[in-house]
Design a binder for this molecule. Structure first.
Ligand SMILES: CC(C)(COP(=O)(O)OP(=O)(O)OC[C@H]1O[C@@H](n2cnc3c(N)ncnc32)[C@H](O)[C@@H]1OP(=O)(O)O)[C@@H](O)C(=O)NCCC(=O)NCCS
Length: 130
């Protein structure tokens, strides 16, 4: 692994995101990707030269509430601090707002604990219909 470049904003080729998401088992997002990226308030990405190796995105109203979505680091690049740096960048930009996120697996909670996230008994979730 060379030096990793963290980029805030900027266009990210959809093909690169597809490759990263495929490595994370997130192929089900493929059809949504163009709008997911375009309509995100903030996208932060990690690059090993021209290769996208990590991504996180925020959807926010900019004043009250933000959602953190699709925090992912390529398996070859995990456990090297990249995921933490991506999350830190997202939180720093919207630190004046509440943050919400969903997790696929309760074990992931221990990754987000360190950034001040707590399991919320007062939150409710409704999955999308299709
Ligand atoms: C979760 C994920 C983004 C973490 O990225 P990463 O670059 O490996 O994380 P870091 O190297 O910054 O790890 C920071 C700390 O979190 C811990 N951690 C990393 N991945 C973890 C996970 N999946 N669950 C719990 N803790 C985790 C590390 O052990 C490390 O702890 P340490 O500082 O005490 O050693 C990455 O493992 C990933 O992409 N996983 C698959 C996708 C996923 O589950 N995304 C989250 C839900 S959207």
């Amino acid at each position: 692994m060379g030096a990793i470049d963290i980029r805030e904003g900027g266009a990210i080729p959809e093909k690169q995101v597809k490759h990263l998401f495929a490595a994370l088992g997130w192929g089900h997002y493929d059809a949504l990707l163009p709008q997911m990226l375009l309509n995100s308030t903030f996208v932060v990405s990690a690059w090993d030269e021209a290769r996208l190796v990590g991504l996180a995105r925020v959807v926010s109203d900019g004043v009250y509430a933000s959602m953190l979505h699709q925090v992912g680091v390529h398996p070859d690049y995990q456990r090297a601090g990249l995921g933490s740096e991506l999350v830190r960048r997202c939180l720093a930009k919207f630190a004046h707002t509440h943050f919400l996120l969903t997790i696929d697996d309760p074990a992931q909670a221990s990754f987000y604990d360190r950034f001040g996230f707590t399991l919320a008994p007062n939150a409710m979730f409704r999955p999308r219909e299709r």
